[in-house]
Every structure is written in structure tokens, then in C-alpha cells.
Ligand binder design. Structure first.
Ligand code: SF4
Length: 358
């Protein structure tokens, strides 16, 4: 693979998002026959809030793109929640999807250790947790959260980190409390690697943060020296501007966008430094993977607005699944949109969430 081969799909990525070509598996949801994308992922959305308030948070934009606010209901009773989780895992086990635990901030949920255990019990093929890192060294049920992740055989630990300079990172991610330092990162990476969990760092490219090749190389070197060998740089997502309500976040994203096309054109000129490995086209995202000094460096651009377009092209297709804290299993990140397995509860749902800056 060389950079010239990369450039054709790169240039056409928006028109090549083509769900009709995907391989699927048939599956019945609530009596309705659907086709599930072969590489579909099940996300378990653990908690409805986050202890950070990143200026770029896409979770909020996903909701606001549908004219909704980031407020979610959740099953209040723990036993009822775990019964529902187990029911969904058992139902979906034949699909053997990848599973990712996400939030809000999952490492701050007291439910997390038992969720990890249940996912391990059903032995799904790939298990990932995505976190801002802040709770990984907290103790729950007598052990650190990272130890629970290791013990339950998770394969990947995705950690968001905007910058290696603490002040810049803190300014963008705006943690309420319990900031996750680089020193803690080094400790977590060591424990994860010893336990065969592969850490992956995620950095959103921002004009006020990492914004060029030099910054990317410094980031790669800084965290590479801790033993991290998988780092993703993301372009801020494109979205439907007419549907958004969150003016401060939209303004931040607009002012801070670093076009990956510019970065890629520089990378193309450095084939000895960045060795092209593969390119991946998802249903609303596009990635290029390079090798940099032994590190797998992924670069990703995505368009949230393409999701609905792709779904409309192939009705009945399930691209991904999300188990929401209210017990609904959906084909969408919105808890009452595209419901695949609705959850009827006798329990009172608690409504809460982050509504800062809305
Ligand atoms: S860590 Fe940041 S991006 Fe992730 S959910 Fe929290 S606020 Fe959003």
C-alpha cells in the first residue's frame, strides 16, 4: 500500500460511504427481521453523565443533532438493571459482536465491575472500554478499576487525552474533579500492558491543541515512551449544522477544526516516517492507518450527518447497537430512536444528565 493508492478513496470517502455493499447477518429483534452489519458493535452506555465537560463532546452533539438535550433516563434499581443487561447479552450472543463499554464516564459508575464481569461471562469476541481515564485508579469492590478491566479479559482500553501538556488538556476537557494526570496514565499503561490489555489513546485534533504533524509526532513520542503503541488522531466530526442547538460547542468545533486533508497531504510527503498500512471506510467514518516508530497511528474523519443517510438507503439494516441506561436496545445513540428491543419497566426511571452549556 502506498500513499497514491490511499489518495483515491480518501478523496471520494463521502460518496463511497456505501452501506449496500456490507456483509450482514439476519437477526430477529422483537419479532422484526433485520440485517445486522457483520462488524456491528454493541455499546453499553453505562452512565448518563460524565465528570468532564469537553468543549468538543460529541455525545452532546449526537443528541442535539436530533433536536434533543443530553438528558437520559436510567433503570434506578441495580438488580433490575443487571437482569436487563444479562437478558440483552444472552439475546445478542449469537451475533458475537464486539462490545464497548462507554458513557458518560464509565469508570465513575459503581455498576462497572459487575458489568465487566457479565460481559466476560458471555465471552464476546472483542471487549473494549472507552474512558477519560479519571476513575481507572479508583477502588471499587476492593480493587482498582483497571484491575477489574484486566481480570475480565478486556482487549482494549481507549483513553481520551487531548494533549500531553496538562494545562492544555485540562482547559479543553474541563474535568469537574479527579483530573487524570500523565503520571497516572503511565501507571495505568503499565498495569494494562502487564495484564495483556492494549491501551489506545484518542486525541482530537484542535487548533488550540494538537494541530499539526510536529504536535502529532511529539504526542506519539511522549505516550509512545510509556509503552502505548496505538494512538488515534481524530478530526472534529462533521454534522448537520441546521439541527444543532449548542452554540458554544458548535463555535468551538468550527473555530478549532484541523482538516485532516491538510495533515494527510503532509504525511504523504513523509513515507519514511509514516508508513501507510491500511485504510478503512465505515458507514460514516474513514480511517487511514500508519506505522510510526512501532506505533499504530490511526487518523480518522467522520460525518455524523451521513448516519441517517446510510440508514435511509438500507432500511432494516442495523449498523451498531447501543444498550441505553433506560434498558432500551437501540440502533441509535438516542435512547428513543430506532428502538430494537424496547424495555418495559415497573421501576421508576431516574432522569438526569449533563446540561451544562445547553
Ligand atoms: S470525556 Fe469528554 S468527550 Fe467523553 S463523554 Fe465526557 S465530556 Fe464527552
Amino acid at each position: 500500500m502506498n500513499t497514491n493508492q490511499f489518495s483515491i478513496l480518501r478523496a471520494n470517502r463521502q460518496i463511497e460511504f456505501n452501506a449496500e455493499k456490507y456483509k450482514t447477518k439476519p437477526f430477529i429483534f422483537n419479532g422484526k427481521k433485520k440485517s445486522v452489519y457483520e462488524n456491528a458493535n454493541l455499546s453499553i452506555f453505562v452512565n448518563e453523565s460524565c465528570n468532564a465537560n469537553c468543549k468538543f463532546c460529541v455525545d452532546q452533539l449526537r443528541f442535539e443533532g436530533k433536536g434533543k438535550t443530553f438528558v437520559k433516563g436510567r433503570i434506578a434499581d441495580d438488580e433490575e438493571y443487571f437482569a436487563r443487561l444479562e437478558e440483552v447479552l444472552e439475546t445478542l450472543r449469537p451475533l458475537n459482536t464486539s462490545i464497548s463499554i462507554t458513557g458518560g464516564e464509565p469508570t465513575k459508575s459503581k455498576r462497572l465491575p459487575r458489568i465487566l464481569q457479565l460481559v466476560a461471562k458471555y465471552n464476546f469476541r472483542k471487549r473494549v472500554i472507552t474512558t477519560n481515564g479519571s476513575g481507572l485508579l479508583d477502588k471499587m469492590d476492593g480493587k482498582r478499576v483497571i484491575d477489574h478491566i484486566v481480570e475480565n479479559g478486556f482487549h482494549h482500553l481507549n483513553i481520551s487525552k487531548t494533549h500531553f501538556i496538562e494545562g492544555i488538556n485540562a482547559e479543553v476537557m474541563q474535568y469537574d474533579n479527579s483530573y487524570f494526570t500523565n503520571e497516572q496514565m503511565a501507571e495505568v499503561v503499565k498495569i494494562a500492558l502487564a495484564g495483556k490489555v492494549r491501551p489506545r489513546l484518542s486525541c482530537l485534533l484542535l487548533k488550540s491543541g494538537i494541530h499539526d504533524i510536529d504536535g502529532m509526532m511529539q504526542y506519539l513520542d511522549f505516550f509512545g515512551s510509556m509503552g502505548v503503541d496505538n494512538i488515534i488522531f481524530r478530526e472534529t466530526m462533521d454534522y448537520d449544522v441546521t439541527a444543532m442547538l449548542n452554540v458554544p460547542k458548535m463555535r468551538f468545533l468550527e473555530e478549532n477544526k484541523v482538516p485532516l486533508d491538510d495533515v494527510w497531504s503532509k504525511i504523504d510527503m513523509m513515507p519514511q516516517v509514516f508508513k501507510p498500512i491500511v485504510q478503512v471506510l465505515g458507514y460514516y467514518y474513514y480511517c487511514e492507518v500508519y506505522k510510526f516508530k512501532g506505533i499504530d497511528m490511526v487518523t480518522e474523519s467522520a460525518n455524523l450527518a451521513a448516519i441517517d443517510h446510510q440508514k435511509a438507503k438500507v432500511p432494516g439494516m442495523v449498523f451498531e447497537m447501543v444498550l441505553h441506561p433506560n434498558g432500551n436496545l437501540n440502533g441509535s445513540w438516542i435512547e428513543d430512536d430506532d428502538v430494537l428491543l424496547p424495555y418495559a419497566t415497573n421501576d421508576t426511571l431516574i432522569y438526569s444528565g449533563r446540561d451544562k452549556n445547553l
